[in-house]
Design a binder for this molecule. Structure first.
Ligand code: ZN
Length: 274
């Protein structure tokens, strides 16, 4: 096997969300020798941010990200203000647990809207508004472009190129979270990964199943689908990325499995197919 420049394996807590809270995820990572963790905000808040920060530190885990900020577009000013306030709380939480980035899922069209340029402007304006706060906290905003199939309801930010255009426009403190599930199809991926360079703040893996039955909740275990994960990893390494390789699996099938078996499978696939 070739040497792997990308650093530790990390468990995104959504992967076992039906059965484990954050405390069990922390214990599970320690038990299985998985050196990194990336919590979602719901399990972080359920455990309590301070207590979680302490136990993550005590377990010696690297925090590859916090999921997630974003969701900026809204139909009225009050909705947009509420999103800004919530993003500030997310930045506080990311700082408290020492997350390598706050993963940003930027949001889709507001309900009933057909104004895609307007929604994209709300994303840009929202990011610009929270960026000074993130810089003060030392928290990198990791823009995660999502597959265009989710443009209407989850993310009007669809490609790595689009994310990097925003990074260019907004400046220091911005980065990208590259999820192979969302970017593998992009004919411009190689060029955009090189362009991203040191701005790659997170690297997420799972797989694209054929046929896929749900764009959100049918992600595959690495090796079970069609994504050439080592090829995308090599692009990240060539760009200089040395952070975690984070397994993030939103899958009704894997949510039904025993979490210890899920973690064993992730470790095995990390070693053999990532
Ligand atoms: Zn992701």
């Amino acid at each position: 096997m070739t040497a792997r420049a990308i650093g530790p394996l990390s468990l995104n807590t959504v992967t076992v969300k039906e059965r484990w809270g954050l405390a069990e995820c922390i214990e599970g990572c320690a038990r299985h020798g998985i050196p990194g963790i990336s919590p979602w905000r719901d399990v972080l808040q359920a455990m309590g941010v301070e207590r979680a920060a302490r136990q993550i530190r005590d377990a010696g885990l690297h925090v590859s990200g916090l999921c997630r900020g974003g969701m900026f577009p809204a139909n009225d000013a009050a909705g947009r203000r509420a999103a800004i306030a919530d993003n500030r709380r997310a930045i506080d939480e990311a700082q408290a647990i020492g997350a390598a980035c706050l993963v940003m899922v930027c949001g889709g069209l507001p309900p009933g809207s057909r104004d895609l340029p307007g929604a994209r402007a709300m994303v840009r304006d929202g990011l610009a508004e929270i960026l000074p706060y993130a810089r003060d906290a030392g928290v990198v905003l990791g823009l995660e472009p999502l597959h265009p199939g989710t443009c209407a309801d989850r993310s009007v930010l669809s490609t790595l190129g689009q994310a990097l255009d925003l990074c260019d426009a907004l400046g220091p403190g911005m980065g990208v979270a590259v999820d192979v599930y969302h970017v593998w199809w992009d004919p411009d991926l190689d060029r955009q990964m090189a362009r991203a360079g040191s701005r790659i703040a997170g690297f997420h893996v799972c797989d694209w199943l054929v046929p896929t039955t749900d764009l959100v909740f049918d992600r595959g275990m690495m090796g079970d689908g069609v994504i050439d994960i080592p090829a995308v990893r090599a692009m990240a390494e060539a760009a200089g990325y040395r952070g975690a390789l984070e397994c993030e699996l939103l899958s009704r099938r894997w949510w039904g499995e025993d979490p210890d078996r899920v973690l064993e499978t992730i470790k095995e696939r990390h070693a053999t197919v990532c």
